[in-house]
Design a protein around this ligand. Structure first.
Ligand SMILES: [Zn+2]
Length: 444
C-alpha cells in the first residue's frame, strides 16, 4: 500500500525513469497478469528459480481450473510467448518494450518497500538479432539505472556484474546497482539481465535473418521496483524523519505563513508567492491550516522530508522578505535559515533546491566511500563481513563454493564484481588465485 504522499514519490520516480526509457528508444506496453503453468514450465532454470515464490490461481469462481494460473512474479514468459508471434524477420527487430505493473512473489518474511508480497515495478523486455546488440542493451540500461539513482534519487551506487549464484534465474549475465544503507547492509536497487537465447529457445522466438537463415533472438530484461523508495527513506532519513532529494519530492517547498489575528494581507501575499513559484515549475504547497501552530507545521513537514520551508510573518512582509529554511541542515548550521528578498525568491529557491540535491548526494557518497573497505587480510575480511562494516572489497576467485563458505561463516554474499587490475593476487576469502574484484556485504 502507498498513501498519496508515498505514491507521489513513486510517480516522480516513474516519470524520471520513463523519460530515460523513451530517450533510449523504448515504448510502454501491457501484458497479462496470469500465466498458465505449462507456459511457465518451459524454461527449466527460470521456473526452478521462481517456483518457491509463485502464487497460484486454482479456481475460477467455484470451479477448479484444469490448469493452474501463476500470478506473474516477472513477465519473461508471457512476453516471450507474445514475441514469438510478433517476430518473424530481422525487420521486426529490435523490439524495445517496457511494462509498468505490479508483480507478486510469495514471501514469508516481509519488510515495507524492501520485501513485499506484491510490489510495483517496471520490467523492460527487449529482443535483438545479435548477441552484441543484446549485451549493449543490458549495459545501456544498467547505465540508465545508475544515472537515475545518482542524479535523481541522490543514491550513490556500485554498478557491476552479479556472481553466478546471485544471477537471475535463466540469465547468462546479471548486472546490478548496489547501494549501501546506514546500517551497513547493501541494497540491490536495480538489475539488468542478458538472457542470451535461453528464453528464445524455450519460447521459440525466431526470425529470418538477412542471410535467410532462421535464428533465435537474443533477449534482455531489466527492472527497478519500489525498493528504490526504501533505499531513499533509509539512506537520506535522519532523527527528524525523511529528507527527500528535491527531484523526487512531491512537495519541494512548503510555505508556512505565521498568522496572528487578522492576517488577510499576509495570506494573500503567501498565495502570490505560491503562484509565482508554481509558475516557475516548483512543486509548492501553502499550509494555510488555521487550527495548527506554525511550530507544529514545521515539524510535520520536516518529518515528511520537504526540502525547503518558506516562513513569512508580518515583520517579513514589511521588510519584503521571507525566511528560507533548509531541511538538509540542522538548526544553527550555516545556511540553515536565510532571509531572501521577494525579488530574489525564484532564483534563490532554485539554487537552494539544487544545493540540497547535491548536498544529499555528497553526504551519501562520503558515507559509501568511508564504508568501502578494501582488505587483503582473510581474518579482517571475515570480521568486516560479520560486523556489517560496509562494502568489503577484495580480490576474489569467482567460485560459488568460496561464496557459499563466506555466506555460511558471515552471512555476507557478493554484491557485484568488477575487473581485477593487478595480476597474481590470491582470493582473500579462500587463498585460490583471484580473477576478479568483488564487493561482499550482508544485504536486504
Ligand atoms: Zn575464494
Amino acid at each position: 500500500m502507498l498513501r498519496p504522499y508515498g505514491f507521489g514519490i513513486w510517480e516522480l520516480l516513474q516519470a524520471e525513469l520513463d523519460r530515460r526509457f523513451k530517450q533510449t528508444g523504448h515504448q510502454n506496453a501491457y501484458f497479462p497478469l496470469l500465466i498458465p503453468e505449462s507456459l511457465l514450465a518451459r524454461e527449466a532454470e527460470h521456473v526452478e528459480g521462481f517456483m518457491p515464490e509463485v502464487a497460484w490461481v486454482t479456481h475460477g469462481g467455484k470451479e477448479a481450473l484444469t490448469e493452474r494460473l501463476a500470478i506473474r512474479p516477472t513477465s519473461e514468459v508471457i512476453i516471450g510467448v507474445m514475441y514469438a508471434e510478433w517476430i518473424q524477420s530481422y525487420r521486426d527487430l529490435p523490439i524495445l518494450i517496457n511494462q509498468w505493473c505490479n508483480v507478486v512473489r510469495w514471501e514469508k518474511a516481509t519488510r515495507p518497500f524492501l520485501r513485499t508480497m506484491e510490489f510495483l515495478w517496471q520490467e523492460g523486455h527487449t529482443a535483438h538479432a545479435t548477441r552484441d546488440e543484446a549485451a549493449a542493451e543490458a549495459a545501456q540500461m544498467l547505465g540508465v539505472y545508475r544515472d537515475f539513482a545518482e542524479n535523481v534519487a541522490a543514491i550513490p551506487v556500485y554498478a557491476g556484474e552479479k556472481s553466478a549464484s546471485e544471477r537471475f534465474a535463466g540469465a547468462l549475465h546479471t548486472y546490478s546497482i548496489e547501494a549501501l544503507m546506514p546500517d551497513g547492509k547493501a541494497l540491490q536497487a536495480g538489475t539488468s539481465h542478458e538472457l542470451g537465447q535461453n528464453f528464445s529457445k524455450a519460447y521459440d522466438i525466431t526470425f529470418a535473418d538477412t542471410d535467410q537463415q532462421i535464428k533465435h533472438v537474443w533477449t534482455t530484461s531489466w527492472g527497478v521496483s519500489w525498493r528504490m523508495l526504501g533505499a531513499l527513506i533509509m539512506l537520506h532519513g535522519d532523527d527528524r524523519g525523511l529528507r527527500l532529494p528535491p527531484r523526487l519530492a512531491p512537495i519541494q517547498v512548503v510555505i508556512v505563513p505565521i498568522l496572528k489575528g487578522e492576517s488577510a494581507a499576509l495570506l494573500d501575499r503567501a498565495r502570490e508567492i505560491a503562484a509565482a513559484l508554481r509558475g516557475a515549475g516548483v512543486r509548492v504547497k501553502l499550509d494555510d491550516r488555521d487550527n495548527y501552530s506554525p511550530g507544529y507545521k514545521y515539524s510535520d513537514w520536516e518529518m515528511r522530508g520537504v526540502p525547503l520551508r518558506l516562513e513569512i510573518g508580518e515583520r517579513d512582509m514589511a521588510a519584503s522578505q521571507v525566511m528560507l529554511v533548509r531541511r538538509d541542515k540542522n538548526k544553527g548550521e550555516e545556511g540553515a535559515k536565510v532571509a531572501v528578498a521577494f525579488s530574489e525568491l525564484v532564483p534563490s529557491i532554485e539554487a537552494a533546491l539544487a544545493a540540497i540535491q547535491d548536498g544529499l548526494y555528497a553526504q551519501a557518497k562520503a558515507f559509501l566511500e568511508t564504508h568501502t573497505l578494501a582488505t587483503g587480510d582473510p581474518a579482517e575480511f571475515r570480521r568486516l563481513c560479520k560486523e556489517r562494516a560496509g562494502m568489503v572489497d577484495i580480490p576474489w576467485c569467482n567460485r560459488p563454493e568460496c561464496e557459499a563458505e563466506v555466506k555460511a561463516a558471515t552471512s555476507a554474499t557478493t554484491r557485484n564484481l568488477r575487473p581485477l587490475a593487478e595480476q597474481g593476487l590470491a582470493c582473500v576469502a579462500c587463498g585460490e588465485p583471484a580473477v576478479i574484484r568483488a564487493f561482499f556485504a550482508q544485504s536486504y
